[in-house]
Write a protein that binds this ligand. Structure first.
Ligand SMILES: CC(C)(COP(=O)(O)OP(=O)(O)OC[C@H]1O[C@@H](n2cnc3c(N)ncnc32)[C@H](O)[C@@H]1OP(=O)(O)O)[C@@H](O)C(=O)NCCC(=O)NCCS
Length: 222
């Protein structure tokens, strides 16, 4: 079964790359899982002060192999290829997927972010983000998250954007706070955290609060 799923992913990734070379890809695509309620949106380039967020491409492999995995282990070429194929498959199947984060000063890919869940009916989206260890602690994740939230409200038309982290993931929690999100509740996690906890902290922001926060820097509820 796992082999079949991997094969499907690889086929989708090949089709994605082929559609690029043939110029067949429509920039405005169906946004959402096949069979579910969906809408059209463009996964455009997003820009912040220090970052350029764009779709991944094959040439990013060289940067990806310099990343480290979550526990500090080396990110092997095979893992990097699998990650890229996963991204290409997402673009092909869903029309949108992970943005690669490029540091403007070097052009290097230092992380990724994107929507891991969207409910169009309820106008709710959930975001996730990752920064390679070498580049952490510089405020890059918060910068990228701000741009992603802005995209979710303005381009997709979401009313609420949420994100979650393990109870011991202090830096991630701080990233959500810096992007204007507020703690909402504890939720059951999808997998156990490093400390073995089975709960996550759920943070969220609604469109009108984000607008105010962007203008004034005053967090919701303050
Ligand atoms: C979470 C993650 C994205 C943060 O990336 P980053 O670029 O270092 O984040 P930022 O620099 O924007 O912000 C980190 C904040 O956490 C704070 N922080 C870090 N470790 C901390 C700790 N142990 N205690 C308190 N604050 C801490 C930093 O001081 C900083 O806040 P500040 O700017 O107010 O000083 C990165 O660690 C990562 O990729 N982790 C693995 C993936 C993950 O956990 N993703 C989140 C779940 S979707």
């Amino acid at each position: 079964m796992t082999a079949f799923v991997e094969l499907k992913g690889k086929v989708a990734a090949i089709l994605w790359r082929w559609s690029l070379t043939k110029g067949l890809r429509n920039r405005t695509r169906r946004f959402g899982s096949p069979g579910e309620e969906s809408q059209w949106a463009t996964m455009r380039v997003l820009e912040t002060e220090r970052l350029l967020l764009r779709e991944f491409c094959q040439a990013d492999l060289n940067d990806l192999v310099t990343w480290e995995g979550p526990s500090g282990e080396e990110f092997t070429e095979a893992q990097a290829r699998r990650f890229l194929n996963f991204c290409f498959a997402e673009y092909f199947k869903l029309g949108v997927g992970r943005w690669g984060m490029l540091l403007k000063s070097t052009g290097g890919v230092v992380g990724n972010c994107g929507f891991c869940y969207i409910n169009f009916k309820q106008k709710i989206g959930e975001v996730a983000y990752y920064i390679a260890p070498k580049y952490r602690g510089r405020g890059l994740a918060a910068e990228a998250l701000g741009a992603l939230i802005q995209f979710g409200f303005a381009d997709i038309g979401l009313a609420r954007i949420q994100a979650r982290c393990g109870p011991d993931n202090t830096s991630s929690e701080r990233v959500m706070q810096k992007a204007g999100m507020i703690f909402e509740r504890m939720v059951l996690s999808r997998e156990a955290s490093k400390s073995g906890s089975r709960t996550d902290k759920m943070y969220a922001v609604v469109s009108c609060d984000f607008k105010t926060y962007s203008k004034t820097g005053i967090p919701p509820g303050a």
